[in-house]
Design a protein around this ligand. Structure first.
Ligand SMILES: [Zn+2]
Length: 78
């Protein structure tokens, strides 16, 4: 799995709508890619903060900005 593939499934992983097989693949990538691990944790925390404030609608562009951030990191490091 590449960072791009991971990124495409990141939202589903956080929403817990991935299949068990996919989850294994995603966790494998997280285990070896520190960049994606940081983004995954950051994204999950951000979404949890919004949910804990009962703001279920994420600001438009937030996910896109997070996605852009991971791709910028991965270009340098992965
Ligand atoms: Zn990665």
């Amino acid at each position: 799995m590449t960072c791009k593939e991971f990124l495409a499934l990141l939202d589903d992983l956080i929403d817990d709508t991935v299949t068990p097989e996919m989850r294994v693949e995603l966790e494998k990538h997280l285990g070896k890619c520190g960049h994606c691990e940081v983004i995954f944790n950051t994204t999950r925390k951000t979404i949890e903060i919004y949910r804990s404030h009962e703001i279920y609608q994420l600001p438009s562009g937030l996910r896109e900005r997070l996605h852009a951030a991971i791709m910028a990191r991965c270009k340098k490091g992965c």
